[in-house]
Design a protein around this ligand. Structure first.
Ligand SMILES: [Fe+2]
Length: 131
């Protein structure tokens, strides 16, 4: 948080920051040590983002959105999968072959999450609940 504005705006800003970090990692050559540092930054950002969503977003979804409990449960289970992959990535050096594979898996999961929230969850919440 800390970008100003309402919860949806702040979480959307987080999503763009995460997209940018993935782009920065991918713009570096395979095995570059700086990829490891950026992956650490990405991990911090994603964990912080998940905590913010679990504290501020999902309780509002449960209260204000129709079928909110099952939507929130699905997002929380997605977070658990992402967290597991972040843990796997944590112990992997940039020149390890697993690094690129784990990063690609993570990017796919995070893009799905971002797409899902921005296309469905955020608009539903915006309609049913004031900022
Ligand atoms: Fe999110």
């Amino acid at each position: 948080m800390g970008h100003g504005g309402n919860v949806i705006e702040e979480l959307t800003t987080d999503h763009r920051e995460v997209d940018e970090l993935f782009d920065r990692i991918e713009s570096l050559p395979a095995g570059d040590k700086q990829r490891r540092e950026l992956a650490d930054e990405l991990t911090i950002e994603l964990v912080r983002h998940s905590v913010a969503e679990e504290m501020h977003l999902y309780p509002a979804v449960r209260t204000h959105v129709e079928n909110g409990d099952s939507l929130a449960d699905k997002e929380i289970s997605d977070h658990a999968t992402v967290e597991q992959h972040l843990k796997d990535l944590e112990g992997t050096e940039a020149d390890d072959r697993e690094f690129d594979h784990l990063l690609a898996t993570l990017k796919l999961e995070v893009s799905d999450h971002v797409q899902d929230e921005e296309a469905h969850l955020f608009p539903m919440l915006a309609i049913s609940c004031p900022p």
